[in-house]
Ligand binder design. Sequence first.
Ligand SMILES: [Zn+2]
Length: 329
Amino acid sequence: MTDADAGSAVNAESLDDALSAVESAGLEGYNYAYLDEHTKREVRRGILEAVAIPGHQVPFASRAMPLARGWGTGGIQVSLSLLGPEDTFKVIDQGSDESVNAANIRRLAETTADVGTTTDTTDASVIQTRHRIPEEVMTDEQLLVLQVPQTDPLRRVDGSDDRNRTRHAHKNYGKMWVALYENVVEWDEIQISARYPVMVNDRYLMDPSPIPRWDVPKLDNADTLYLLAAGREARIYAVPPHTDVEPLAFEDRPFQVERFEGACNVCGSEDTFLTELETDDGEHVAVCNDTSFCAKRVTDPDLPKDHHLEAEGVAWGPGTEALDGGDDE
Ligand SMILES: [Zn+2]
């Protein structure tokens, strides 16, 4: 987290400078949506191929962006290739619309693509996100772009991309199953919290990006098109609407979703992904991770959320400790 914060500040500055230059000069000298038309066409072709072969990693010529690779450049290139003036764009970073990175990516699109922006999930036509899928139910009118740091789930078990490509080609995922089995032998359960490996359309093993297990069931048979993009690794992959997405698990060790004890301290929700927040008084309280959803729940406590708390066949993990303490050091 500390490294990420430091890096984020540096990148925020360089992007900030670039944006100020664009804003003061107007769009003169810059193409619509920052990228040149040839690049956007190439990215769109990559997206089409990714949609046609769900879960398969498609290479694309990742361009230099005004922030370092690894800070959402893949997601930005996909978003900017798709956005048009009639779109409404939302950017979230770990559930928050207001993080420096999210705010700057939103500003880049606003400045160069002339799009409207929003923090409201239901108002957005394109949502770019890092580490979370919004709590609210999304529709087939919406696109979700996930930023991906590492594209290949098999890298957990073998560092060779070469050998892993062969494994994908042959649908040979035995090494991953063995690793999961060893995990169960050692810990009595599958100890993977984020980047949980999933099988897409019963064909390709896919890394869903570092979303929590909580968000993984949202990928299965969804109405929304999910696009996943890695700028550093120059790969795009996709989960088209109504595609089967199944987390790897064993019959006697089912995939488990995080379970939270207690409620959000702001809106009172008991069915959302909670994170711990330290108040000015040093008190630790639990709040919704999805800040814009939390704000909407404050005024509308019955606002529906994505299906999976009611979903059948979801195995709930052991409850995490209630975060409503304040007496911990
Ligand atoms: Zn809340």
